[in-house]
Design a protein. Structure first.
Length: 352
């Protein structure tokens, strides 16, 4: 063991195991005693500090006048009860339910009714919606006014609200309280049921035979949509529909040697994302869906052929009981190579 007494003096001492332990124990006791003495000094200073502060405040208040005393002192019990009764007397149920709400849990006495509803001076004497900020359009406030009151706190702490001004909800006068109940502490309503209040067409689609599992609770509206605003059509979370669908359906992303133009353009060209009465969310039954684009080829499966015209006595039955997918089953894209011997490029035709 070495003790460095000075940069150019080193004291070398040979210690056995017991001696080293004794030295370390002695150092530990000395350190503990030093900490104890420092704590005593801190307690002395802490006892003295409040007396100094009170004396300074007393001198300042006496100098500036006693009128400032009431501004700094907290209300007594009677005053506090009177302030609470101003709302509870008329709004007993909202105030009682508010205590169990999310707002009440995070505020913990930092805010009160006036933080959202504005000053209550006029409302106490004239209890009408015009004398208070009521989160109800019947109170004469615009949708922008109501949402602004919420954004005062939530805009800075919620990044997903950055595009609220650009969103379709904002443009259609939807307010925060259209979806959120700020008072109640009851269990949250299932998200789709809130959206279905306005989007009844989506509710109908989600109940059809082929649908995304929205009602089953496996996905929810906000998995695909940012309800607070986006720059994309339909308030979807991605730049376009395809990028959104690829998050779950990555096998359809490609890249493929042979791309199907409708797939590249928009998945919703062939699929209804909310629900359809046709299999696999298709907007039409196959082969009708395919023939929306491929009606020019006179391909087997079209409603007519070279023998029977549309006005013929025996219309072709090739359109029925046959499916394009029986052969062209790689419709999202194919990397199948060409067959030089047959001269037929199966990949280009989306054939397996």
């Amino acid at each position: 063991m070495q003790f460095y007494l000075h940069p150019w003096h080193t004291l070398r001492i040979n210690w056995n195991k017991l001696q080293r332990r004794c030295l370390l124990y002695g150092l530990f006791r000395a350190k503990k005693k030093l900490i104890k003495e420092r704590r005593k000094d801190m307690r002395k200073r802490n006892r003295l500090l409040p007396k100094v502060v009170v004396s300074a405040w007393s001198l300042a208040l006496i100098t500036m006048g006693g009128g400032l005393i009431g501004h700094f002192l907290a209300p007594n019990a009677a005053q506090a009860a009177e302030l609470g009764a101003a709302c509870v007397d008329c709004h007993e149920k909202p105030v009682a339910s508010f205590k169990a709400s999310y707002h009440a849990r995070i505020w913990q006495g930092k805010n009160d009714c006036q933080s959202c509803h504005g000053a209550t001076d006029k409302h106490v004497n004239d209890p009408s919606k015009e004398t208070i900020l009521s989160f109800d359009k019947s109170g004469g406030r615009t949708a922008a006014d109501l949402s602004k009151q919420c954004l005062n706190c939530h805009a800075s702490s919620s990044p997903h609200l950055a595009l609220w001004e650009m969103g379709a909800h904002k443009r259609n006068d939807v307010t925060c309280v259209s979806c959120h109940d700020i008072h109640t502490g009851k269990a949250a309503v299932a998200q789709p049921n809130i959206c279905y209040t306005c989007h009844k067409d989506v509710k109908m689609a989600a109940g059809k035979q082929s649908h995304h599992p929205i009602n089953e609770g496996k996905i929810k509206c906000s998995d695909c949509h940012n309800t607070h605003g986006t720059q994309s059509h339909g308030m979807i979370k991605e730049d376009n529909v395809n990028q959104l669908c690829y998050k779950c359906h990555a096998d359809k992303r490609g890249p493929f040697m042979w791309e199907h133009p409708p797939v590249e353009e928009n998945c919703a060209t062939c699929h209804d994302p909310h629900g359809s009465r046709h299999g696999k969310l298709l907007t039409e039954k196959i082969p009708n869906l395919c023939q929306d684009c491929h009606d020019w080829s006179r391909h087997p499966g079209t409603p007519y052929d070279n023998t029977n015209g549309i006005a013929g006595t025996s219309p072709s039955s090739r359109m029925f009981a046959r499916s394009c997918l029986n052969c062209h089953n790689q419709i999202h894209g194919s990397t199948a190579p060409a067959n030089p011997s047959s001269g037929y490029n199966s990949g280009q035709k989306f054939v397996r």
